[in-house]
Design a protein around this ligand. Structure first.
Ligand SMILES: Cc1ncc(COP(=O)(O)O)c(C=O)c1O
Ligand SMILES: N[C@@H](CCOP(=O)(O)O)C(=O)O
Length: 399
């Protein structure tokens, strides 16, 4: 069953619907059976289908590239510097290099169940990269709208290479999503942005995996970048479900980080309101979260308020510095948006919002190679030398 998060109106699973017909708000899938012992998952392969009893599609008919089961990596150097117990959940290790694959395996499996022939999305890059791969796997037509000139190279290459029909929109992501949503409402295609509640059912497994990694305990805090605001909502749903099922006693403080130039959720949080006012011209180096009107703002703000969490901005300089630091001190390569989580943790520790000794899990959402241009621009150019050993030694000595 699907339910409106605002008025509670209920809809059947086989109805293709993105907003409540009664009040216009967004929808969620209702998990009905919590009577499953956690031992059920023991000995299963480490991917998100390990938790199939909590997923609202038929796992035997899944469209899958073996997503989920991503590395959970301690960060002792950064953690010690900050005085916290820090971990990163490396979502760049998913098949197309971002957490979106978790959503797409669910979304595409649902698309097959519904019998649709065309799928689509608007994207700042990763959603389109993922959808195009899963559509190729499922043999479906795929249409993606991208904001012209604002998509990182790796992501654009993926969407094109997997055979999506890529349309470059002369406008920002929010405008592209509006146009794509209208197409979906006219039943031209099945929309697989995160307004689709089945997408988020896949992404909630990040929350499942974090507590599973920690030996069925909740961390004190989960920190992640927020753009269209689906992921923070999904992870909160995941940990809340495992709490409801009795697998964990506590819940994490959900902490969302946005770039200073694209921070409608942080603005709402600072005003203690549920009302998100869109940012007209969002701008940030972290193109993945260059979003001014997040569709899941209601769910995200609930996640933050209900978990006693926090929302914080970081500057582009802080994002780029954190990206480099994570790569050089811990060996973990992530794209700029993902590094916003680390930049946010640093700020919140310095401001005393995160306590010393807290167990903090940052969700690093996408791989470094998604945005090679930004990575290369952050480094000094390689030195050039002929293949002469003496010259090479001289160069290395004059480091
Ligand atoms: C790498 C990356 N990180 C973070 C986000 C933000 O996630 P959400 O839109 O679910 O808030 C996105 C896309 O939106 C992304 O591609
Ligand atoms: N960063 C996203 C923006 C769209 O988010 P979605 O979760 O609603 O699909 C992207 O990669 O396109």
């Amino acid at each position: 069953m699907i339910r409106c998060v605002s008025c509670g109106e209920e809809y059947d699973d086989d109805e293709i619907i993105y907003n409540c017909k009664k009040c216009g708000s967004i929808l969620e899938v209702v998990t009905e059976d919590y009577d499953i012992p956690k031992e059920t998952f023991e000995g299963r392969r480490d991917n998100l289908w390990k938790y199939k009893e909590f997923l609202p599609v038929d796992a035997d008919k899944k469209v899958s590239l073996d997503e989920g089961g991503t590395p959970f990596v301690p960060c002792p150097t950064l953690g010690e510097e900050l005085g916290i117990d820090l971990y990163v959940k490396v979502e760049g290790s998913n098949p197309t290099g971002s957490f979106k694959d978790r959503g797409m395996t669910l979304g595409m499996t649902k698309a097959m169940e519904l019998g649709v022939d065309t799928v689509g999305c608007a994207s700042t890059g990763n959603t389109s990269a993922s959808l195009s791969a899963y559509a190729a796997r499922a043999g479906k037509r795929c249409i993606v709208f991208l904001p012209s000139g604002k998509v990182a190279l790796g992501k654009l290459a993926q969407a094109m290479f997997h055979g999506a029909e890529v349309v470059s929109i002369d406008g920002n992501f929010d405008e592209a999503l509006k146009a794509m949503t209208q197409l979906a409402e006219e039943k031209y295609l099945y929309l697989l942005n995160s307004i689709n509640p089945y997408r988020l059912e896949g992404q909630k497994t990040i929350g499942y995996e974090v507590v599973d990694h920690l030996g069925w305990e909740s961390p004190d805090r989960i920190v992640l970048p927020v753009g269209n605001a689906g992921n923070i909502s999904a992870i909160w749903k995941g940990v809340s479900e495992f709490h409801e099922a009795g697998f964990i006693d506590d819940l994490p403080m959900m902490t969302g980080i946005q770039a200073e130039g694209a921070c409608p959720i942080v603005n709402a949080f600072n005003q203690h309101t549920m009302k998100m006012t869109p940012v007209e011209n969002p701008e940030t180096v972290a193109t993945a979260i260059r979003i001014g009107a997040p569709v899941s703002s209601i769910k995200a703000l609930h996640a933050i308020y209900d978990s006693n969490g926090f929302a914080q901005t970081v500057s582009d300089d802080e994002i780029l510095a954190a990206q480099l630091e994570l790569a050089r001190k811990e060996g973990v390569g992530v794209e700029p948006a993902s590094a916003a989580s680390i930049a946010g943790v640093k700020r919140l520790v310095n401001e005393g919002e995160i306590d010393k000794g807290e167990k903090v899990v940052c969700i690093v959402t996408g791989h470094l190679l998604k945005d090679p241009n930004t990575a290369i621009n952050a480094c000094t150019k390689p030195k050039e030398v002929s293949a002469d050993l003496n010259k090479i030694k001289e160069l290395l000595l004059n480091k």
